[in-house]
Design a protein around this ligand. Structure first.
Ligand code: APR
Length: 210
C-alpha cells in the first residue's frame, strides 16, 4: 500500500507562478486574440495533477451520481478515503439532480468538506456549467476559500475532455470575475497526462497572462 501523502495549498503553485516559471520549456499556444487577465485573477487558479483525496484544502468536489452512494472513479476514491461515515451521510442527501451540488464534511479526508455534484452523461454544456457554478456557490455560502475540481463527467460519463475543460475554465473564470475576493483558489485537479496537456493549453487561453 503506497504511503498516503497529503498536499497542502501552499505546495500548489498558482497558474501565474506556474506560467512564469515554465513558459520557456512548455508548449506556448499563440492566443493572439485573447484578452489578458490580471495577475490577481491568474493567482486564483491552479492546475495540479494527482489524487484529489490527498488535497488538504477547504473543499474537494466529487463527481457523483444521483444516488450519492459512491461508485467508481473519483467518487469511489473519495468515499474509500473518507470512510464509511461519508456514505452514511450522503445517502441521506440523495437524490442529487444533474447539475446540483450538495455538501458534507470530509470525515477521514484531509479536505475539510466534500461538495458532491452530478455531471451530465455526454456533452451537455449547460448542465456541466451548473455543476461548477453550484459547487462554487456552495463553497462561497460556506465561507470556503479553496476548492478543487476533478474533470467532472469526463470519465464514466464520457463528456469529451477538451470540451469539458472549456466549460470548466470559462465558468470558473466568470465566477471569479463576478465574485471578487470570496474564493482564494480554484484548483483543477487532473488525473491523466492528456488532461494535463489540455489544461496547460486552455489556461493560456482563458487566463492569458504576460
Ligand atoms: N483524483 C482526481 N481525479 C480522479 C481520480 C482521483 N482519485 N480518480 C479519477 N479521476 C478523474 C478521472 O480521470 C476523470 O478525469 O475524475 C474524472 C471524472 O471521471 P469519473 O470519476 O469517471 O466521473 P464521471 O465521468 O463524472 O462519472 C461519474 O462514475 O464513478 C461513477 O458514481 C460515479 O456514477 C458516477 C459516474
Amino acid at each position: 500500500m503506497s504511503k498516503k501523502t497529503v498536499t497542502k495549498l501552499v505546495e500548489i503553485p498558482t497558474w501565474l507562478e506556474f506560467w512564469r516559471k515554465n513558459r520557456s520549456n512548455m508548449k506556448v499556444y499563440d492566443m493572439a486574440k485573447v484578452e489578458k487577465v490580471s495577475e490577481k485573477l491568474a493567482s486564483r487558479v491552479s492546475m495540479w495533477t494527482g489524487d484529489i483525496t490527498q488535497l488538504d484544502i477547504d473543499a474537494i468536489v466529487n463527481a457523483a451520481n444521483r444516488s450519492l452512494c459512491g461508485g467508481g472513479g473519483v467518487d469511489g476514491a473519495i468515499h474509500r478515503a473518507a470512510g464509511p461515515e461519508l456514505t452514511k451521510k450522503t445517502i441521506t442527501l440523495a437524490p442529487c439532480g444533474v447539475g446540483e451540488a450538495k455538501i458534507t464534511g470530509g470525515y477521514l479526508l484531509p479536505a475539510k468538506y466534500v461538495i458532491h455534484t452530478v455531471g451530465p452523461q455526454g456533452e451537455k454544456p449547460g448542465k456541466l456549467k451548473e455543476c461548477y457554478e453550484n459547487s462554487l456557490k456552495l463553497a462561497q455560502n460556506n465561507n470556503l476559500r479553496s476548492i478543487a475540481f476533478p474533470c467532472i463527467s469526463t470519465g464514466v460519463y464520457h463528456y469529451p475532455a477538451r470540451e469539458a475543460a472549456e466549460v470548466a475554465l470559462n465558468t470558473v473564470k466568470k465566477f471569479l470575475e463576478e465574485n471578487g475576493d470570496t474564493i482564494d483558489r480554484v484548483i483543477f485537479c487532473l488525473f491523466t497526462s492528456s488532461d494535463q496537456e489540455i489544461y496547460q493549453e486552455l489556461l493560456q487561453k482563458f487566463f492569458a497572462i504576460d
